[in-house]
Design a protein around this ligand. Structure first.
Ligand SMILES: Cc1cc2nc3c(=O)[nH]c(=O)nc-3n(C[C@H](O)[C@H](O)[C@H](O)COP(=O)(O)O)c2cc1C
Length: 177
């Protein structure tokens, strides 16, 4: 069972740049795409910028619905993560293909991916740069975490299919919040 994750803590999960899975839904057809080009833009409410190519089916869904969920997988899901990045929702249902479980979100129609340990329900608040740069600005409306998996290792993409898995955390006297 997941519990509510405070919106003030959302940035802590995205700032280190994990590979995420974006789920969308249009006319009851769900899709998932893998994404590593994202950035935190504000703390609270959490604002996230991301690049979603107009070649992707997810781009069409996002443009039409203005909603998505950013799902953060652990490294244990690596093969499914890459699978969702190598296939298109135009041709297959990725939830079925990769045995992932869609779960009802509370604020958006796009589904949560239950296997992911963090889920961020988002609405598009600015797509002015969507046509030119495929850039969307999202506001996180609701965030979920599975407390049992809080310290799990995340995947980080270095290009061309090379990934690292997050390692040991250290604490330093940083002035950043
Ligand atoms: C590790 C990884 C990271 C990716 N990052 C992005 C990204 O940031 N933006 C993007 O548009 N596509 C990215 N992709 C590619 C999409 O996931 C891919 O084009 C996918 O097939 C789109 O699915 P869709 O057509 O169902 O939307 C990435 C793929 C992988 C494997």
């Amino acid at each position: 069972m997941k519990k509510t994750l405070s919106l003030s803590k959302v940035y802590q999960f995205l700032e280190p740049g994990p590979v995420v899975m974006v789920s969308t839904s249009y006319k009851n057809k769900n899709d998932i795409m893998t994404m590593s080009w994202h950035t935190m833009m504000d703390f609270e409410p959490p604002i996230v910028g991301c690049v979603i190519s107009n070649r992707n089916y997810s781009f069409e869904n996002l443009m039409k619905t203005n909603e998505c969920v950013i799902n953060i997988p652990t490294a244990a899901l690596a093969k499914k993560v890459v699978g969702c990045g190598n296939t298109s929702g135009r041709k297959i249902n990725k939830f079925n293909q990769f045995h992932l479980t869609p779960k009802l979100a509370s604020k958006v129609k796009a589904p949560l991916i239950d296997e992911c340990y963090v889920n961020l329900e988002c609405k598009v608040i600015d797509k002015k740069l969507g046509k030119k740069y495929n850039f969307f600005i999202l506001q996180v409306l609701k965030a979920w975490i599975n407390p049992a998996e809080k310290n799990q290792k995340t995947l980080h993409h270095h290009g061309k299919g090379v990934f690292s898995i997050s390692g040991k955390k250290i604490k330093l006297p940083s002035k950043m919040k």
